[in-house]
Design a binder for this molecule. Structure first.
Ligand code: GRF
Length: 224
């Protein structure tokens, strides 16, 4: 059965775009019920409009506190008939009550190899640290920020002749492949959890061509 998906994003929305594209080419079995932003004018809302997807802006500055905002958020998501939430550059913390409303159904992407460099500036922090490999992580969201069980990671070398921006761009391109893949595994009910370890049930299908100078694990499957 298709994922009934709500995508939450605060800004540009290139990861949301990758999900729209994966659905349209038939790789991701998801029904995008709602694209929601907390920022009026966020580019992600234009992207959703261009694909005629249901969209909503809930401006967090108009709510008295996080609890009230998150209640409205959960109501909007449920009202749209979504049961799975993909955070795609959503720059707000979610309350435990919100997460309890969608248990095991909230995913996030982070632009670093968690548990290293959590927080709002993971990619820049890793580059400034001088790491030799960096990457991105898709994980289930838990009450503690950037600490939930890891579904898939992509790593790339940090090249000494490139600046932080160039490294971030290469990582961003991998985000656009691993996030729709992780969602498809969820749609196929192939993910299970033992403690904080995520297990992927094998499907035996073809794999995607591996990107140059990158390690993605588990490997991407055809279509991603
Ligand atoms: C990405 O780097 C993602 O890892 C982080 O926020 C950024 C969102 O980028 N959580 P975009 O809006 O999807 O382009």
């Amino acid at each position: 059965m298709s994922l009934r998906l709500a995508i939450l994003a605060s800004g540009n929305g290139s990861n949301a775009q990758a999900m729209f594209d994966a659905v349209e080419r038939g790789a991701l079995d998801a029904d995008i019920r709602l694209v929601l932003s907390n920022r009026p004018g966020a580019r992600v809302l234009e992207r959703a409009a261009a694909h005629s997807l249901p969209r909503l802006c809930l401006d967090h500055t108009l709510f008295p506190d996080r609890a009230a905002y998150d209640r409205a958020l959960a109501d909007a998501i449920r009202g749209a008939g979504a049961d799975t939430v993909a955070l795609a550059g959503y720059m707000r913390l979610l309350s435990p009550d919100f997460l309890a409303a969608f248990p095991g159904r909230v995913l996030n992407i982070h632009p670093a190899l968690l548990p290293a460099f959590p927080g709002a500036h993971g990619a820049a922090d890793a580059a400034a640290w001088g790491v030799k490999v960096s990457g991105c992580t898709v994980h289930f969201v838990s009450d503690e920020m950037d600490c939930g069980p890891i579904i898939i990671q992509a790593c790339v070398p940090a090249l000494q002749d490139e600046d932080a921006g160039a490294l971030q761009t290469r990582i961003h391109q991998l985000e656009h492949r691993i996030y729709p893949q992780a969602l498809q595994w969820l749609a196929e009910k192939r993910l299970s959890l033992k403690g904080r370890r995520v297990f992927l049930a094998p499907a035996g299908g073809a794999l995607a061509e591996a990107p140059a100078q990158a390690l993605i694990w588990p490997p991407l499957e055809a279509g991603f």
